[in-house]
Design a protein around this ligand. Structure first.
Ligand SMILES: [Zn+2]
Length: 158
């Protein structure tokens, strides 16, 4: 009986999670109220494609791929701080990689596009697409790899 209750709780939680994930994807009610035209004015064509159309920059082309200065990486869309340089590591995957994000600053959404099951990461403040999270990060820390487009970020040196 106890097992059934736990299972039910799990299912309710899972359904809620799905609903929340869908809400995050489909509505921008809590986010910055900007139109596509506003974003186009603010961002370059390439940055717009990545941040607003969920594009991916070509590997080994981003300015922060090989970049080890101390500071904070901010969202290029809204300037929220997202990642600290202390969590950046060299993954050799071709994109800037972090083993953690600043708490509460990124949103995780199930992504089934391109025939893959992945978790998309977006900026919690403006909904801008940042990249994806994978489970092959450094085992000595979080085990996660936040694989992020340089074009989604602005670096602030400390
Ligand atoms: Zn943002």
């Amino acid at each position: 009986m106890k097992k059934n209750i736990l299972f039910t709780i799990f299912i309710v939680y899972a359904i809620n999670y799905q609903v929340n994930a869908q809400n995050t994807t489909n509505t921008n009610s809590k986010m910055i109220p900007k139109t596509e035209q506003d974003w186009k004015k603010q961002l370059s064509e390439k940055d717009f494609h990545i941040l607003r159309e969920k594009g991916t920059e070509r590997p080994n082309t981003g300015i922060y791929n090989i970049h080890s200065k101390n500071g904070i990486y901010h969202c290029k869309g809204c300037n929220e701080p997202l990642f600290k340089s202390a969590t950046k590591f060299e993954s050799h995957c071709g994109w800037p990689s972090f083993d953690d994000a600043i708490k509460g600053k990124v949103t995780y959404t199930k992504d089934t596009t391109h025939g893959m099951l992945r978790t998309e990461i977006t900026c919690s403040n403006c909904g801008g697409h940042l990249g994806h999270i994978f489970d092959d990060g450094p085992q000595e820390t979080t085990g996660k790899r936040y694989c992020i487009n340089s074009a989604s970020l602005n670096f602030e040196k400390k």
